[in-house]
Design a protein around this ligand. Structure first.
Ligand code: GLC
Length: 421
């Protein structure tokens, strides 16, 4: 068997072993439920060998969608004691139970990719069409509830919503959040070494926010007014813009009849607002702290995501590409999530340095939109080298390639199947 065949087999086995009857857990133990953006990426992997199962991944996630359109970051399909905070802590009345925050909304992009690459076009048409109103409601939720002043950029109220939980980009904003005063027991440290996970001081604040949203009864206006943490995350906004463009394209392809002019306008506003986040000094885009109203001056892979949204100028894209070689030279095993020369870079700690394969794909994909194929190929090759050497970990130390976090990880296996193999 060739190494590629072996990796394909192992990738498929990873998804099958993490399948809990129609939805896929990110990894056994550490993350025992269905996560939002994981489900999108994981569907791409399923699509390479089981198309109906790929659609089912998205359909089951939408069972968690709220009446206001929000798709929560976790859907608790079945109980488990392995994870904190579980459904009781969130306090949401919904069936199935869910968390109360969202995650980077990439689902429409994934639906478009599934549709376009489907072998069984007839089935894909039916299943994609059924998702369209739900996807539109999800985007409308973001553009309406998360941007009440119509700035073009939606706000996140919790670092978990960025999907990049402990990125150093959130440090200052998070430091204004008071620590939770109640005691609680983390479960993640039963599964992974503490030097690869967020700190207690961060968790105390994560939990404070969870409690606050419950106390405010998940009321969007109240949260916008009162959350001590409020960030316009450039990465989430880019993911949303890309997904919105993909949704509009998919609606057209499938002759969807609803009026989508509002989403069209929201996308145009978003594109121009993202362009305001460019920093000449950093050669990348920056998120905005909405409490201090300042841009957050740290180079992270999140700041490269406007490429994936097609929201940069050609000149900005070329400038980013020009700096990426150095970013990769300093830490060659994939793109370090925080630039290796930032003082806060930490090679093993989650989003403070490690490389994440689905992010590598998004950025390589974005670079290709601008014809920047050499650097895209370098990122792809580095990603391929890692899985050949280490298999499917949650994330990897970008300096030596060591696999970190949870093993046999769904989105890593999925993006490898879809992109690298
Ligand atoms: C962590 C990651 C997040 C991911 C989740 C499940 O919270 O930061 O991006 O969705 O784990 O894999």
């Amino acid at each position: 068997m060739t190494q590629t065949d072996a990796l394909i087999q192992q990738g498929q086995a990873t998804l099958r072993n993490n399948d809990r009857g129609g939805y896929t857990v990110p990894t056994a133990g550490l993350y025992p439920f269905q996560w939002n953006w994981d489900a999108g990426i994981t569907a791409l992997g399923w699509a390479t060998f089981d198309e109906p199962r790929a659609w089912q991944e998205l359909e089951l996630l939408f069972k968690g969608q709220w009446d206001n359109g929000m798709v929560p970051h976790i859907v608790f399909h079945a109980p488990s004691d392995d994870y904190f905070p579980g459904p009781k802590e969130w306090g949401v009345t919904h069936e199935p139970p869910t968390s109360a925050i969202s995650q980077p909304p990439l689902l429409a992009t994934m639906a478009r990719l599934l549709y376009e690459q489907a072998q069984d076009k007839q089935a894909a048409r039916t299943r994609a069409a059924a998702l369209l109103p739900r996807l539109a409601a999800y985007h409308r939720y973001f553009y309406r509830d998360r941007d009440p002043q119509q700035t073009g950029l939606v706000a996140t109220y919790h670092p978990w919503e960025s999907g990049m939980d402990n990125s150093p980009a959130w440090d200052t904003a998070l430091s204004r959040v008071p620590p939770a005063q109640r005691s609680y027991r983390r479960r993640d440290l039963q599964h992974v070494d503490s030097d690869q996970r967020p700190l207690k001081s961060e968790y105390d604040r994560f939990i404070y926010l969870v409690d606050l949203f419950k106390q405010l009864q998940f009321d969007s206006d109240a949260i916008y007014q009162k959350s001590p943490y409020k960030v316009q995350d450039v990465s989430l906004n880019s993911v949303l813009l890309r997904a919105n463009n993909d949704l509009l394209a998919l609606c057209k392809e499938l002759d969807y009849q609803d009026d989508l002019a509002d989403l069209q306008r929201a996308g145009e506003r978003a594109k121009s607002a993202i362009s305001e986040l460019w920093s000449d000094a950093h050669n990348c885009f920056l998120s905005r702290d909405l409490v201090s109203n300042e841009l957050i001056p740290i180079r992270t892979t999140g700041g490269l995501m406007p490429l994936y949204a097609g929201a940069t100028t050609q000149e900005q894209a070329s400038r980013i590409a020009g700096k990426l070689s150095a970013w990769l030279d300093e830490a060659p095993f994939g793109l370090a999530s925080t630039h290796p020369s930032e003082s806060v870079f930490d090679a093993k700690r989650y989003w403070r340095g490690p490389t994440w394969l689905h992010i590598n794909w998004m950025i390589a994909n974005g670079l290709q939109l601008y014809g920047l194929n050499d650097i895209a190929t370098r990122i792809k090759q580095a990603s391929r080298d890692i899985i050949e050497q280490r298999g499917y970990w949650e994330y990897y130390n970008p300096c030596d390639g060591q696999g970190c976090g949870g093993p046999d990880f769904s989105w890593t296996a999925a993006i490898a199947l879809y992109w690298l193999l």
